[in-house]
Design a protein around this ligand. Sequence first.
Ligand SMILES: [Zn+2]
Length: 91
Amino acid sequence: MKSVLRRAEAVDDFATAHSAPVQMSMDCPDCGAGIGLSLPSLLAARPVWCSGCGARFDVNLDNSADVLRKVSDGLERLRTVRDGANAAARG
Ligand SMILES: [Zn+2]
């Protein structure tokens, strides 16, 4: 649990440093509408509402750990790509 939180903070720092808002989304199980999730609100365990049908979802960090890990992996791939681009630019 603690390591997941620390990792999530690292992701947030990385996103902030590179002006990349950490946005995720999930499909509403009731109506299928896309529901935007932000990493800060996930970490704060704030409830989110479906804009399609108004259903409320309470964020559970334990359930979100897998999502957070996927986002983190995606950001690491992004950083690898960016570093590669920087190295190429330097020649
Ligand atoms: Zn819905």
